[in-house]
Design a protein around this ligand. Sequence first.
Ligand SMILES: CC(C)(COP(=O)(O)OP(=O)(O)OC[C@H]1O[C@@H](n2cnc3c(N)ncnc32)[C@H](O)[C@@H]1OP(=O)(O)O)[C@@H](O)C(=O)NCCC(=O)NCCSC(=O)CC(=O)CCCCCCCCCCCCC(=O)O
Ligand SMILES: NC(=O)C1=CN([C@@H]2O[C@H](COP(=O)(O)OP(=O)(O)OC[C@H]3O[C@@H](n4cnc5c(N)ncnc54)[C@H](O)[C@@H]3O)[C@@H](O)[C@H]2O)C=CC1
Length: 721
Amino acid sequence: MFHAQIPFDRIPHQFKSGLLCRSSQSEKDGLKKADADPSVKAVMICGENGKFSAGADIRGFSSPKRHGVALSPIVSLIESSEKPVVAAIEGVALGGGLEVALGCHYRVAHAKARMGLPEVTIGLLPGAEGTQRLPRLIGVPAALDMITTGKHIPATEALKLGLVDEIVEENTIEAAIRLANKVIGQPLEPRRLSLKPVPKLPNMEAFLREALVKVKRQARGCLAPELCVQAVRAATERPFAEGVRRERELFGLLLSSGQAQALQYAFFAERAVRRWAAPGGASWSSAAPQPVRKAAVIGLGTMGRGIVTSLVKANIPVVALEQDLEYLNKGRKAVMLLLEREAMKMEGGAQTLDFHNPARLQFTVDFDLLCDVDLVIEAVFENMALKKEIFHKLSKICKPGALLCTNTSALNIDEIASATNRPQQVIGTHFFSPAHVMRLLEIIYGRHTSPTAIATAMQLAKALKKVGVVVGNCFGFVGNRMMFPYVQQAVFLLEEGSRPEAVDQVLEDFGFKIGPFRMSDLAGLDVGWRSRKEQGLTGPSLAAGTPARQRHGQRYSPLPDLLCEQGRFGQKTGKGWYQYERAGGRTATPDPWLHDFLSQYRDTHGIQSRFIDQEEILERCLFSLINEGFAILAEGIASGPEHLDVIYINGYGWPKHRGGPMFYASTVGLPRVLAKLQKYSEAHPDVPGLRPNAFLKKLVAVRSPPLKEWMSYLSHQSPKL
Ligand SMILES: CC(C)(COP(=O)(O)OP(=O)(O)OC[C@H]1O[C@@H](n2cnc3c(N)ncnc32)[C@H](O)[C@@H]1OP(=O)(O)O)[C@@H](O)C(=O)NCCC(=O)NCCSC(=O)CC(=O)CCCCCCCCCCCCC(=O)O
Ligand SMILES: NC(=O)C1=CN([C@@H]2O[C@H](COP(=O)(O)OP(=O)(O)OC[C@H]3O[C@@H](n4cnc5c(N)ncnc54)[C@H](O)[C@@H]3O)[C@@H](O)[C@H]2O)C=CC1
């Protein structure tokens, strides 16, 4: 028995997951040699370093030197071999890697291996005949699910689906060789997927139609999932070769759509932000995290309960603390409900999470129980005095090394830290609602925060399966600070003649999961109202005689305050910018009361209502947000535009296929963004958010360099970095 072993690890050598080689001549030669050599009876294909293949090098897709990827001919060559070819799948078989395995006659996988066709997540579709072979092997519903979601499935599931023939706990390569030995001489025709028919469904047409509707609804303007369905449809309607031609056509469309570049940028941006840097040269490469063996959460309101759930899911024992027994019981019930729901989604259920065990999750009102935790996350009301009181208490009770984190959405980290005896261990860990679902964790360092504290918070993000992004300290940090001008423009547009549903529609059509008014109703209008009252912008502390629509010489809209005064807090009260079926209802309906209210408001303030088109709505909301992004970069609050983009994609529902706000600005063209801001700023000189930022102007003056070069145009090293 002879084997030809063809490893697929070529370039780039520094990447150990085994990316497919662009020039595939060596694989072709190897296969041809094996076929021609009578002493070779079977072929086994494996990867190197315990990984089969993570697919193509994604950077190659946007490279100007991109040439036709010659993977399909290799897959065909494998399949047409006269000798049995067995894939030995260890680690991952993704994208082109799995397509190679689909060309093989047999597949053996290690029990810990994962498989998938993740091309859709980078704006593409499996372009090496994967959309044609997979449905033939595992049927249309399962194939469509894998191809349109890009999910990685474990070997056990792959076995159930029939994607692999065998799974092994031990040596996969030896098992593949054993299988190859067994099948020598058996007919190969039935193992050639291109020759198999696609398994029929009684209701194929209806199934595909519904699948298309579903992916379109979820994709919010992202093309790839829809084109994946079209490619699979081709497999059901056409002979293999024609299906392949259709797949190629659709792949070409996606490649040139612009969305693929945006999604690939987002893939690398998410990885780039792991390499954080902070003042004084501290960085990911030098700072080591502290272990977090036990944590505490203070405040079990909207955020605290999600944070506890996240920690329990990550297997970190938690002490959950509230201000009194009434709040504690309410919080406990809410946490238990969330955990039960999470457990139902997991294999092994409640036993895996073990949240009924007090050693894993303890509820208390006693601060003394926090004496042995490694990390505390404070999530009490957004009130500086309260937060300082709590941090003062924590610095007395917690053990010396414990990290003290605050979930504040905007308050000054340094001021909170000043209430402690260990400002170097105080850090912002800003979760997003719902905290057990949203992937973003904005990590805010203060003036004294130590590199160890930052590294520990980043490590925590990883343990919670979140994307940690390290940023500097300023009001609203990065995400909320960019959100303020965006929401402000949305409200100004109402004053000038628009309606909440019109503004939301434009931004939802752009791809946001939810427009600014629906979002505000969901979060609760009272949250911002409380903060504005604390800032003295409204309420009893507002100086008498302050003009209704002006604060500190700038335009101000009292509209949200007026709604709050009417008890319209959004979903929770059943009325806000929209009306709902009941208090706590979810279905937003345009509200005639609000339309009348807006008309009266305009009359009261002598505002001439005008029609505002979609372009103006989109540009004023997005460009003011982007403008603030340039200010943040110039001030050194974030190390690069990728940070802002990762924050917006993972925390604010920005459509990923548009790459994040700063990437989007680069695709619109910085000169256009600047020109539009100039135009709107001239029309609204009392709105600073529309005044083009100096950094944006500078980039345009130097002919809009590519995004990755922007930071090198900052003339001074920012004090924050
Ligand atoms: C692999 C992972 C699961 C590993 O995860 P983890 O261990 O958590 O590590 P990471 O931090 O994620 O990654 C480490 C490091 O590696 C980099 N990296 C990972 N994957 C890739 C990759 N695929 N390419 C490049 N670099 C990669 C990552 O960035 C990290 O480095 P750092 O950034 O420096 O920190 C996980 O990484 C993962 O899931 N990766 C993605 C896997 C994936 O998406 N694979 C699919 C790729 S696409 C593909 O395979 C498609 C094909 O091969 C088909 C090609 C056929 C095309 C045929 C075309 C014919 C049609 C012609 C029409 C043409 C028309 C025309 O020309 O116009
Ligand atoms: N709600 C949201 O969407 C987001 C809120 N945040 C921030 O998270 C923090 C918490 O916000 P929410 O959860 O929305 O507030 P919330 O009002 O829902 O909950 C706050 C909880 O803190 C408890 N609490 C108050 N004083 C306490 C004390 N002395 N000891 C123990 N517990 C005490 C309250 O009883 C209450 O249950 C705030 O700083 C907020 O700005 C951050 C991101 C998003």
